[in-house]
Design a protein. Structure first.
Length: 55
């Protein structure tokens, strides 16, 4: 889950509910972090490990 900085309560909650989730709050993020710094957002999103494959 990637959330812009907010009051710190509502944005962080999904990260506690989803197994394997991680909450990230870029200090520099405004309303459109994916437009402001797309390269940094891509790095955050692709840094997550791949889910295990069943079999």
């Amino acid at each position: 889950m990637l959330s812009p900085a907010s009051d710190g309560r509502s944005a962080a909650r999904p990260g506690t509910l989803l197994p394997g989730a991680r909450h990230e709050e870029p200090a520099w993020a405004g309303h459109l972090p994916s437009l402001e710094r797309p390269g940094e957002i891509i790095c955050l999103l692709t840094d997550f490990p791949a889910p295990p494959t069943g079999g």
